[in-house]
Design a protein around this ligand. Structure first.
Ligand SMILES: C[S@@+](CC[C@H](N)C(=O)[O-])C[C@H]1O[C@@H](n2cnc3c(N)ncnc32)[C@H](O)[C@@H]1O
Length: 195
């Protein structure tokens, strides 16, 4: 049974105790409680998925009738009920080939907790985060079912408002959300987009 989201000060310890690979799982739990993202039997694509705590939680929730696929530049250690690929998500052609091989035309939900390798220069990192988000949206445009949802982590900065405005104009709806499990003073925002 997947654990329920409860606010906590020591997320890393809690993750270890509950058998999740990263504290990030509590961010997804919080978003899932709020937006009812993950349901039994769904097909879910997780982009930037290593080490795999979102995959663990999602696989528990979709159950044996669902399908969970995770992609990351890093190798992801096996997780029961999850297919993983070491893959750069900016290569749309390769992603299309992977999904085609697996006979997946569309998915119900796309998750992205992608984080660019940081340069230490805030504007550069934030820009890289927006570029990655744009790649996620390209994937969503091609592979997200009508009525599906897409969750994307973006680093807030100078270009964020403009980016959000463009997303809102091109998708059915987009909400920006801060989660309690993010570190204090974190710049991360999650966009919850409806197709
Ligand atoms: C914060 S971690 C994800 C944590 C994950 N949600 C979890 O719960 O375990 C961000 C990931 O984004 C991946 N990443 C960054 N750029 C990428 C790219 N172009 N293609 C695929 N993965 C990428 C990193 O390798 C890193 O593992």
């Amino acid at each position: 049974m997947p654990k329920r989201y409860t606010p906590n000060d020591n997320w890393s310890q809690k993750a270890q105790k509950e058998g999740y690979r990263a504290r990030s799982v509590y961010k997804l739990m919080e978003l899932d409680e709020r937006f009812k993202l993950i349901k039994s039997g769904m097909k879910v694509l997780d982009l930037g998925a290593a080490p795999g705590s979102w995959l663990q939680y999602t696989a528990e929730k979709v159950g044996p009738k669902g399908k969970v696929i995770g992609m990351d530049l890093q190798e992801i250690k096996p997780i029961k009920g999850v297919q993983t690929f070491q893959q750069d998500i900016t290569n749309l052609k390769e992603i299309a080939e992977i999904l085609k091989k697996d006979q997946i035309e569309k998915v119900d939900l796309i998750l992205s907790d992608l984080a660019p390798s940081t340069s230490g220069i805030q504007d550069v990192d934030q820009w890289k985060s927006i570029e990655l988000s744009q790649s996620v949206l390209d994937i969503a445009r091609k592979f997200l079912k009508p009525g599906g949802k897409c969750v994307i982590k973006v680093l807030r900065g100078a270009d964020f408002d403009k980016f959000l405005m463009i997303v809102k104009s091109k998708w059915k709806s987009a909400k920006s959300v801060q989660v309690k499990a993010s570190r204090d003073r974190s710049k991360e925002i999650y966009l919850v987009i409806d197709n």
